[in-house]
Design a protein around this ligand. Structure first.
Ligand code: COA
Length: 253
């Protein structure tokens, strides 16, 4: 199934959903229209139990996403106004609320909001030609899609500050050493590698997968003690759902 939006291609193949950022002529720069399209797509995914895992990728050869659309920024009355328009729909909190695992398939330029979208994904897989960067500081703005919060959680304080304060661009191998991506593959193998991972996740019980994601992500911001309570609660919920399912199927027989 394919649903065409202006800036995003949304496809469902079996239990895997594919979301392609699709403005290749502008290196998939993140525009207000893309925000609206992604909002629609993610809202649909969030309530779609047929979708067990989601893959994000970028159209064209050159980039996953080259950051915020600079033409929109430059034509808005002010940067503050450009930001205000973007904040009308809180896409970033919606990203955080998606229960299914999200995988970013990254190639070429991954800049600004491109990095931030990738950081909202649970797994980041890169081809060997990626360049990551957060150029916001040089544009007189701070990252507005969670980057100041998500990057330190993924790569630690020192590395985040190095990237955020100096606009240092890093390549795939360094991103791997930073822990920003967990696998690096040749460009031609990027999509097959990501599909393998997506199929692997989709082969597991989807409710169990969601609970694991919830335990890790919600637990990350808790104390160890509260995190262990959360884990126990989620495990009990899972066990209760499983015994209910067994009882229901026994009643049906
Ligand atoms: N917003 C809008 N358009 C963008 C864009 C962006 N963030 N990044 C690239 N584009 C457009 C270019 O304007 C160009 O359009 P054109 O063909 O109509 O002139 C097209 O995408 C190709 O980009 P180009 O700059 O020609 O490619 P390149 O290989 O020479 O350089 C980059 C690639 C990524 C280094 C360069 O495009 C760049 O620095 N982009 C801006 C990155 C940025 O600061 N993003 C904002 C982060 S907050």
């Amino acid at each position: 199934m394919t649903n065409g939006f202006e800036t995003v291609i949304f496809e469902k193949r079996g239990s895997i959903a594919y979301v392609t950022l699709h403005r290749p002529q502008a290196l998939n720069a993140f525009s207000v229209q893309m925000r609206d399209d992604l909002y629609e797509v993610l809202s649909a995914i969030q309530v779609d139990d047929e979708v067990h895992v989601v893959v994000f990728k970028g159209a064209g050869d050159k980039a996953f996403c080259a950051g915020a659309d600079l033409n929109e920024f430059l034509t808005a009355p002010s940067v503050v106004e450009a930001r205000r328009i973007r904040a009308v729909r809180d896409l970033w909190r919606l990203f955080l609320s998606i229960p299914q695992p999200l995988i970013a398939a990254l190639h070429g330029y991954v800049l600004g909001s491109g990095v931030e979208i990738a950081l909202f994904c649970d797994l980041r897989i890169a081809s060997d030609d990626v360049v990551f960067g957060l150029p916001e500081v040089g544009l007189g703005i701070i990252p507005g899609a969670g980057g100041t919060q998500t990057l330190p959680r993924v790569v630690g304080l020192s590395r985040s500050l190095d990237m955020l304060l100096t606009n240092r661009w890093i390549k795939s191998d360094e991103a791997y050493h930073f822990g920003l991506v967990t696998r690096v593959v040749p460009r031609a193998e990027l999509l097959p590698a990501v599909e393998d991972i997506a199929h692997k996740i989709a082969s597991f019980d989807p409710v169990t997968v969601r609970k694991v994601k919830e335990a890790v992500l919600r637990g990350f911001d808790l104390s160890m003690s509260d995190g262990l309570d959360l884990e126990r609660r989620l495990a009990s919920e899972l066990a209760a759902m499983r015994s209910l399912k067994i009882r229901n199927s026994a009643n049906e027989e």
